[in-house]
Design a protein around this ligand. Sequence first.
Ligand code: SF4
Ligand code: SF4
Length: 219
Amino acid sequence: MEERHERPDGPNPPEIDVATCIDGLRSAGTLACATRSPDGAPRVRFLSGLHFEQDAVYILASNGMPFARQLLADKRIQLLGEIRRGVSVRLTGEAELLPEEERMRWRLVIFRERPDYRELYPPLKYDDSLVFALRTGYFEYLDLVSSPIRRVYVPFGGGQVRPSGFEITSACARCGSCQVACPQGCIRTGEPFRIVQENCLQCGACVQACPRGAIRPVV
Ligand code: SF4
Ligand code: SF4
């Protein structure tokens, strides 16, 4: 779904890769983190007990806390950070509990980077805390400041990208109504018309404008 888009008024925008996304999350510091509870309900909290490598994100969790229990029951996780106003990185993937022999190394690293952590969470016993590794999934880099906006998906650790948005089907009658409605100017003529996904805001204006019902959501 990822697609390059050359802007009419300048060169191609900078490449967005794994390093860009990892560095972005690191710079954000505190990240929103979503998991699912055993009853399927969403759970989100801020996380800062993290360490970033180019091939993994290491996540500290106090043994027994709801967050750790949720991850043990369901590996699926999302991390979301704002790099700067209007620019964010989301990492969707699965987090694996590290075996005990690997935890000590990353506990040391995380506690060194976050010396305030033990005081903040007194029950977080150093030798008992868990460490999860997020090594596979995909990034979504979203820049709402640039014009047009940019939304770039980047695979991580062999993970499969699962993009969202809209696509134009063969029911398109090439009337052009969606192009008129699109605030990002990211619909191209063709048979059928085509959405430049990298520049799509996912606002749905084109869906409402289409007289043929030819634009469908991609989940
Ligand atoms: S969802 Fe919005 S931004 Fe994307 S193609 Fe449709 S109108 Fe344009
Ligand atoms: S509005 Fe619908 S039918 Fe018309 S060009 Fe767009 S997708 Fe095709």
